[in-house]
Structure formats: structure tokens, C-alpha cells
Write a protein that binds this ligand. Structure first.
Ligand SMILES: [Zn+2]
Length: 310
């Protein structure tokens, strides 16, 4: 057996400050997306299949990224003051706090550029944060329209064409059902996002009644177009809500606050990006310029000296 050397591994103050940034950023982003889902559904009646859903989702993700960055900037100072590492009166500016070991808090690397001071630069920082946030969200597999709640009778927030099969008017065959169970395990119920081992219903999308009505439209009949349906995995609870909704011709939205995916971590990943060492290409892309940050660093270094003398 390998013997590991005894090493005391302790969370340093700087680590705590960084962790506070990640937590604040991650939680804030998640809360913004949940709030947006609620507002889109309850106030605006937007579902994942609505035309406005993509735009609403982009707005939510960019706002969420900026709020996450703001919260992350506040977190180290708040934590330092709360734990008594820094006296309240030394909480000089938003987000800027120097810890007792003389190192600058991780808020130096703020994407929002609080350190930049000038208004235009802060605005630029905010725009950059929104852009990087949206790229991360997409990169982590997010779909902007999927921020909205699902309409049970339409492709839901977790609908993914790759997880569907061509369908006729009849029910899914046992073989198709097995494949749909696998798709369900990978992508979740297309309406609520729930993942489970098997027991998915092969959901016709659009639903049969809707497809038949759509095919009856005069221009589709004239051109001889029959609406093509696909099977997509749906869990049993959502399936019965859908049957009720289609039968009674009611629009029912399903919310998916607890179905978390990788892209929900965008706020935390944004902070990981902003904590990367201040060198290299990424730095040039994300931080305004190194001189500015290092000048600020030196200035703060002096301020730290003053504080210790007191
Ligand atoms: Zn479901």
C-alpha cells in the first residue's frame, strides 16, 4: 500500500474568499434562472415552445451572469467582515478587502471590473460578463428557451431532437420503448427533466390530437403536407397531465426548478474563469489589461500597510 506523506491540508483565508465567490456566484445565477422561469410562466405566459422563449432565456442568462458576478464581488468582503478578519470600517469599497496575510482578496479578478473604477469600463465589464456567461451556458449544453417552463402539450424545456424517434400514429413498439427509456435516462423527461431508470412513455410530439388538427388546415391539405410526429421520452406524471390538458383543450405549464443540469452551474463556472491566474490569452480576453490590475494591486498593497500600522 502506498503511504502518503502526512500533510496538513487546511483551507487558507484566500481559499475561503475564493470559495465564497464561487458559492455566491453559483447560487445567484441559479436563483435568477428560477425567478425567470417563474416570471415567464406566471406573468408572461411564456413556455419553452413559445417564440419569445429564446430571447427571454438570453436575457435571463445574461442578467443572471451579471448578478452572479456582482454577488461574487460582494461575497469576500462580506465574509471577511462577518468572520472578523477585517474590521467593518476597512470594508473600503464594494468587493475590495485585504485579508490579514496581506494578500488581496480574489475580487481583484472581478469580471465586472469594479477595480476599473470608470463608469464606461464598468459597463464594458458588465457586457463582457453577460457575453462570457451566455457562451458558458451554451458551452455547458444549455438551451436559452429551456429556461422557461414547459407546456405539456408541446416540446418541453428538456426536448432534444437527438433523443427522439420518428413516430407514426400508433403507440411506440417495445423496441422503440427501450430506446426511448435510454434517451430518457440521458436527457430526462422532455417536460419536467426527471431522470429515472426506464418507465418512460413514448410521447407523440406534437400530440396526436394537435397533429391531426394541424394536418386539417386548408393550406396543409392543399399542399398535401401531413404533420410529422416524433416520439420523445416523457415521464408518467407529465404524460397524464398532458392527456388531461389536450382532452380539455387547456394550456398547462410544468415548472422544473429542481431538474438541474451542468449549465445551471454557469454562475460558479464564471467565477472559476475569473479566478484563473492573471496571465495568458484568456487574461487578455477577460481582464482589461494587466497593468491596470497590477497598479491597483500595488496601491492596495500600500493601503494594507497603513491598515496594519493602525
Ligand atoms: Zn416529466
Amino acid at each position: 500500500m502506498t503511504k502518503y506523506p502526512d500533510r496538513e491540508w487546511r483551507f487558507s483565508q484566500e481559499d475561503w474568499l475564493k470559495a465564497s465567490r464561487l458559492t455566491a456566484g453559483g447560487v445567484t445565477f441559479l436563483l435568477t434562472l428560477s425567478a425567470s422561469q417563474f416570471l415567464q410562466g406566471r406573468l408572461l405566459g411564456i413556455s419553452a415552445a413559445s417564440r419569445a422563449a429564446t430571447f427571454a432565456g438570453m436575457l435571463s442568462v445574461s442578467t443572471g451572469s451579471m448578478l452572479a458576478s456582482l454577488a461574487a464581488d460582494e461575497a469576500p468582503a462580506t465574509l471577511s467582515v462577518a468572520l472578523g478578519w477585517v474590521p467593518e470600517k476597512d470594508r473600503r469599497r464594494k468587493g475590495s478587502v485585504i485579508d490579514k496575510r496581506g494578500s488581496i482578496s480574489s475580487s481583484t479578478f472581478s469580471l465586472l471590473g469594479y477595480d476599473a473604477g470608470k463608469k464606461e469600463e464598468r459597463l464594458l465589464g458588465a457586457a463582457r460578463t453577460a457575453l462570457v456567461g451566455m457562451l458558458l451556458f451554451k458551452g455547458l449544453g444549455g438551451r436559452f428557451s429551456g429556461v422557461a417552463p414547459s407546456n405539456v402539450a408541446q416540446p418541453g424545456a428538456f426536448f432534444n431532437v437527438r433523443g427522439t424517434l420518428p413516430a407514426g400514429l400508433e403507440y411506440a413498439s417495445p423496441k422503440q420503448k427501450r430506446r426511448l427509456d435510454m434517451f430518457g435516462w440521458v436527457y430526462g423527461c422532455h417536460t419536467c427533466g426527471r431522470r429515472q431508470m426506464g418507465d418512460y412513455v413514448g410521447d407523440h410530439m406534437p400530440p396526436r390530437k394537435v397533429a391531426v388538427e394541424m394536418s386539417r388546415r386548408w393550406w396543409r391539405r392543399l399542399l398535401g403536407i401531413r404533420v410529422k410526429q416524433r416520439f420523445t421520452p416523457q415521464c408518467r406524471p407529465c404524460s397524464s397531465i398532458q392527456s388531461a390538458a389536450v382532452r380539455s383543450d387547456r394550456r398547462i405549464l410544468v415548472y422544473h426548478y429542481l431538474s438541474l443540469r451542468r449549465y445551471h452551474a454557469t454562475g460558479a463556472v464564471l467565477e472559476v474563469v475569473s479566478l484563473l491566474p492573471g496571465q495568458g490569452m484568456l487574461d487578455g480576453l477577460i481582464h482589461q489589461n494587466v497593468e491596470q490590475v497590477s497598479a491597483w494591486w500595488r496601491r492596495k498593497g500600500r493601503a494594507e500597510g497603513d491598515w496594519q500600522r493602525r
